[in-house]
Structures are given as structure tokens and as C-alpha cells.
Design a binder for this molecule. Structure first.
Ligand SMILES: [Fe+2]
Length: 578
């Protein structure tokens, strides 16, 4: 039985396929069309999933779509009457969804009647919750989806036992923690879709001086929260997320009202220098988010009495807040889906159909995030030999693994910057050791070097550490696994000067805990680096330069040639500059 999950007509368009309940492939459209957070219909992602599973269009039994136009219909109608422009926008999106069978047929180059699949609509947050619970190793868990907006709700919570999910409550439009974070992100001059994580990084440089003001902007009475709507516009105009068919880049309309600068001072213009006030605003934004988010989780733990929690939704990417869950709530075990944002809906919707609609028991947990395209030795050899690497004086050698790892670890320990491309591409926005740029964490100057030579990004943003999972407790104040870089913990004080490059200004690191099971070759590389350099940690940043993470060998080679990376490993091939 083959179930195709499709997240379409929204940012982070993606596809996933389950064959007899087992996840076989999952990938975001951006990896193919090279448009960051690409919206629209994920035609290339779907084609890849079918090819990886060896499934033809006619063999798709079910298609799961994570949107239900009938969810919260009353609220939708109420706002549609008040906001005609919003209603028009919704109607356009709805029309696209009703044509999804035709769009799928077009993507697969067949007639719509040749698709025999049954189509299912799964509510947005139900799909988020399914994506995290059904991928978790827990038999029973509390569930929270915390998000911007989907099917007119921003959050949903409940609990799960076995294969059944039960939902206790939801927060409906216009109240939204995600939209709160997005609006203040815009006010701070970061206008691109997905810029929230930059502001989260900025917050570490400030003090929460504006916390009293932010408690007015998000009001809570313990369990519930409300937005001070006078500071926002989305309840009047609708949260405007649009994209042009031609380029697929999602764009958000302005979400804060003139009341916000009246309350907090002038909004920052993009490109304006970042001063201490901006840093304090970012810190206050973050601290208020944590108060409300951790408060919701603390109550959920008390109500369910459960020790495990599964998280998804855009807010679940807030690794700073997630790192505080074990300290501030009674939850001891945490699972965050690696694609906690809307890309993950493709997996969640498909799993919901398999377990909850069709009633199959669970026998899968997602312990690694390598569900994307991979390339054979021959494809890699062809990509390297047909590139300009040889003619431009690079040396290319194919090496047995031990020699490859020994030389690669030495390159890193020598302060060189390494592109590291292995196996299947990561699912979700984080590079986790298969499409990564790796560097020496011991060198304080490495952060500046990476920013200047390779990444061309804001200097305040931190880089992340990958650590051998079994060494986590020796280096960090907490040892709970973080295989998908969704938690930030304090680096132990005595270790901070040993790994300064991926230690953020507040002493934390957004770590990836690497196990020999989840990624054997990356684990062995870090082990070899530890043998040579004395630390079981490497600095890991995504393999890209202001673009989606590279997917194919040719893109890795192109990024290597464009930037000033020193060495590149693709599969068993080591490429160094002369
Ligand atoms: Fe969402």
C-alpha cells in the first residue's frame, strides 16, 4: 500500500511517501527548484519520492493533503465577511486545492482519470501532531503543535497512546505565537519569510528590558494567551502569505501595526545597523515566547501526567525554548520532528492516513533525517570529472574510508573549511552531516572566517556543534538527545574555551547529537577528529551560500568553486585546492 503525502500551495512545499506504512522518502521542493522555502506545487519532490520508492502513478493508493477547508468553518466565514481581500485570497488557494488531483496528474504527465488514488484531507495541526508522534519512539506522549497559522488555528494539543491521537484543545485565529514572533521579526527589520531564527540568535546578545511591554503584546493567564491585537494587522487584513508562480518565493505582508513602534520605539529599517536596543527587543521577544510556550507545556504535562512530549509547528524550531523544557516542565523525554515546520506536514498527513484512517499499528520511529536524494559512485565520478575542478588545479582522489577520514579530520584540525557531502540529503532545514560544511570548533576566529569566506550572512548568527552523542553530558549541562538540532543547551563553563566557534555569546550551543547508528560515517569522522584534535565536536553549518542546502554533487561542486572552501568530500572522493 502506497501513501503519498503532499504539502502544496504553502511555504515549504514538500512530498513524502509511505510504502506499507514505512517512510521511504521525504523531501522539500526547494532542494530541486533552488528557491528557498519554495511554495506552490511540489512536482519535483513528488517525482523524486515515487522514483525512490519504485512506485508508478497508478500504484499510488492514497494521497494525503494536510489542509481541511471545512475545519473551523464558522470562524473562517466570520473573518471572510469582515475581510473581503482575505476571503478572495482564501478562495484562490481553495480553488487550487480542489484542483490538486489535476495538478498531481500534470506533475506525473498522466491523465487525471489514470490516478486511482483516494484523496484525504487532514487538518493542518493534526498533520503536524501526526508527524511528530508517529515518528517518535514513544508509546504514549503529550502532543503540542505551536505554529503561525494553519486551517485557521495556531496551536493544537492532545495526547496519544498506541496509534490513537486525542485532541484536547486548539487556539484559533487571530491568536498565534508564531505570528507574534513573525510580526516582531518584521518590526526588527528582518522581512524575509523564515527570518525568525535570525532574531532568536540575536536575542542572546540582549537583555529582556522590554519584557513588561511584551507582556502587553502577548497576554496570558497561565494556560491561554491572547494577542494585544492593536499591535498587529493580521486580524484586519488576514495574514498575507503569497508567492509568485514564476519564482515560488513565499512573501509575508506587513503584520505589525503602527501601535508597535508607538509602544517600543521606531521600527528598524533593513540594513540599518543593529544596536543594543534592537538586541534587547529580540531578547524580550524571546523571553516572552518562552514564558507562554513553556507555560502551555507545563500545563499540558500536569493535565496528562505524561513524561514524554512530541512537538511540531514552526515554534517547535525554537531550540532556545526547547532546551528549557526539561528544566521548566515535568517532561523528561522530548521528540521534535526534524521538519517541524510545514514541510513535515507531508509525512504527518500520510502517517495519519496509515495509522488513524486505515487503522494500522505503529512499528516505525524516525531516528535519522536522511530521506532525500542520494547519488551513486558513478554519478559522483561523472560530476567531478566533468567539472572545472581538474582544469583549475584541484586534486581529486578516491580513497578507502579509513584514509579518507584520517585525511579529512586532519584538514579540519588544520583550520581548513571542508564541504562534506554523503549519502541521502537531510529532511528538514538543518544540515546533519550529509550536506554540511564542517570546521574546527577550537578556533575562535572560525566563525568570522566562515561568515566572510563562505556563508555571507549576519555576523551575530551562531554556528552549531555536532557532538558524539555519548559525550554530550561531558560537554553540555544537559544530555537529552538532540539528533535534529532542535535543542540549545548551555556548554559547560570549563569547556567553553575549548569549543569557542560553535558556542554562542550566551554560552549555549544548538547541538546535534550524533550516534553511530543514525550516521555511521559522520560519527566516525568526529571520532577521528577527536583522536587528532582532542575534542569530540565539530562545527557544522549547512552546505550552501544564501540558497537552499545543496542537493546534487554538481551543486556541491558549484558552491565549492564559488566560495573559498578549502576541501570537499563527496562520497569517497576527496577534492583539495592546489
Ligand atoms: Fe504549520
Amino acid at each position: 500500500m502506497n501513501i503519498l503525502g503532499i504539502n502544496a500551495y504553502h511555504g515549504n512545499a514538500s512530498a513524502a511517501i509511505l510504502c506499507d506504512g514505512k517512510l521511504v522518502a521525504a523531501v522539500e521542493e526547494e532542494r530541486f527548484n533552488r528557491v528557498k522555502y519554495a511554495a506552490g506545487f511540489p512536482a519535483a519532490a513528488i517525482r523524486y519520492c515515487l522514483q525512490a520508492a519504485g512506485v508508478t502513478a497508478a500504484e499510488i493508493d492514497h494521497v494525503a493533503v494536510p489542509r481541511n477547508p471545512y475545519a473551523r468553518l464558522g470562524t473562517k466565514l466570520f473573518y471572510a465577511l469582515r475581510m473581503p481581500s482575505f476571503a478572495r485570497e482564501r478562495a484562490k488557494v481553495l480553488a487550487k486545492f480542489t484542483g490538486i488531483r489535476e495538478a498531481l496528474a500534470r506533475a506525473l504527465d498522466i491523465a487525471p482519470q489514470d490516478l486511482r488514488a483516494k484523496f484525504h484531507r487532514v487538518e493542518h495541526h493534526v498533520a503536524h501532531l501526526a508527524s511528530t508522534f508517529y515518528c517518535s519512539p514513544f508509546e504514549a506522549a503529550a502532543l503540542l503543535s505551536a505554529d503561525g497559522l494553519g486551517d485557521f488555528a495556531s496551536s493544537m494539543w492532545g495526547s496519544s497512546f498506541g496509534r490513537r491521537m486525542n485532541f484536547f484543545g486548539a487556539v484559533a485565529f487571530p491568536r498565534s505565537l508564531g505570528l507574534y514572533y513573525s510580526a516582531v521579526t518584521q518590526y526588527l527589520g528582518f522581512l524575509k519569510f523564515g527570518d525568525e531564527y535570525k532574531v532568536m540568535g540575536l536575542g542572546a546578545y540582549g537583555d529582556p528590558e522590554f519584557l513588561p511591554e511584551f507582556r502587553e503584546i502577548v497576554r496570558s493567564n497561565g494556560a491561554r494567551f491572547h494577542l494585544g491585537l492593536e499591535y498587529f494587522t493580521h486580524h484586519r487584513t488576514g495574514p498575507e502569505m503569497s508567492w509568485a508562480e514564476a519564482d515560488k518565493t513565499p512573501v509575508l505582508g506587513r503584520m505589525y501595526s503602527d501601535e508597535m513602534p508607538r509602544k517600543l520605539g521606531p521600527a528598524r529599517v533593513p540594513e540599518e545597523p543593529i544596536d543594543q536596543r534592537h538586541k534587547n527587543l529580540a531578547s524580550s521577544l524571546q523571553v516572552r515566547l518562552e514564558e507562554v510556550y513553556l507555560g502551555m507545556l507545563e500545563r499540558l504535562q500536569r493535565e496528562t501526567g505524561l513524561k514524554s512530549v512530541c512537538l511540531a509547528g514552526g515554534v517547535a524550531f525554537n531550540c532556545v525554548a526547547n532546551g528549557k523544557i526539561p528544566l521548566s516542565t515535568g517532561f523528561e523525554n522530548i521528540y521534535v520532528h526534524p521538519a517541524a515546520g510545514d514541510a513535515g506536514l507531508a509525512v504527518g498527513a500520510a502517517q495519519f492516513v496509515w495509522h488513524q484512517v486505515l487503522g494500522h499499528p505503529r512499528d516505525f520511529s524516525m531516528e535519522h533525517a536522511y530521506w532525500g536524494p542520494e547519488f551513486s559512485r558513478d554519478e559522483i565520478r561523472t560530476a567531478t570529472s566533468s567539472s572545472r575542478l581538474g582544469p583549475s588545479g584541484c586534486s581529486i582522489s578516491e580513497l578507502p574510508e579509513q584514509e579518507l577520514l584520517r585525511k579529512t579530520a586532519a584538514i579540519i584540525a588544520d583550520g581548513k573549511i571542508l564541504g562534506w557531502f554523503q549519502g541521502r540529503a537531510e529532511w528538514g532545514p538543518r544540515a546533519l552531516g550529509n550536506r554540511s560544511i564542517v570546521a574546527d570548533p577550537r578556533r575562535p576566529e572560525m566563525k568570522e572566517i566562515l561568515n566572510r569566506r563562505i556563508k555571507h550572512r549576519e555576523t551575530f548568527r551562531p554556528f552549531a556543534p555536532s557532538i558524539l552523542a555519548e559525550k554530550t553530558g561531558e560537554w553540555f549541562e544537559q544530555a537529552h538527545p538532540s539528533p535534529f538540532m532542535t535543542m540549545a543547551y548551555a556548554v559547560k563553563r570549563e569547556k567553553r574555551d575549548k569549543i569557542p566557534a560553535p558556542t554562542h555569546v550566551d554560552g549555549t550551543g544548538r547541538l546535534q547529537t550524533v550516534t553511530a547508528n543514525a550516521n555511521p560515517r559522520y560519527w566516525r569522522l568526529i571520532s577521528e577528529f577527536e583522536r587528532q584534535a582532542g575534542v569530540p565536536v565539530v562545527l557544522n553549518t549547512s552546505f550552501n551560500d544564501n540558497e537552499p542546502i545543496v542537493c546534487k554533487p554538481v551543486e556541491a561542486i558549484d558552491c565549492f568553486e564559488r566560495t573559498q572552501m578549502d576541501a570537499l568530500v563527496i562520497g569517497d572522493f576527496l577534492i583539495t585546492r592546489s
